[in-house]
Write a protein that binds this ligand. Structure first.
Ligand SMILES: [Zn+2]
Length: 115
């Protein structure tokens, strides 16, 4: 006869008790040391939240890439028209935008590592 083993945990978000073996959910650590458990409902919510964050990050990167691509297009148009001074100004703009993006992501990366 099979006796079911229950693993009752308390959800870190809604504080309900749930049986991770019977109901599902998740347990683990965040950042390697904060122990968490999520009931099935909160697990679904956390995954949805994470997906929204990832989608927004991706959209931000795509928007910035579009802006850079637009600047490169303008540079190529100016180059085709043979205007030397404007070409230099535009190259400077593109490099400044690249530098800004690099510094922004570098800062976010450093904060992520420190956290
Ligand atoms: Zn919960």
């Amino acid at each position: 006869m099979c006796v079911p083993t229950e693993t009752i945990l308390e959800c870190s978000l809604c504080r309900c008790e749930f049986d991770i073996d019977g109901e599902g959910g998740a347990e683990g650590t965040i950042g390697g040391f904060v122990e968490v458990a999520f009931c099935p409902t909160c697990k679904a919510g956390v995954l949805d939240f994470a997906q929204q964050e990832i989608d927004q990050e991706l959209q931000d990167v795509l928007d910035e890439a579009d802006q850079l691509a637009g600047m490169v297009d303008r540079l190529e148009q100016i180059k085709a028209q043979g205007s030397g001074l404007l070409e230099i100004i535009t190259v400077t703009d593109v490099l400044a935008a690249c530098r800004y993006r690099y510094l922004k992501y570098r800062q976010e990366y450093d904060q992520h590592i420190e956290a």
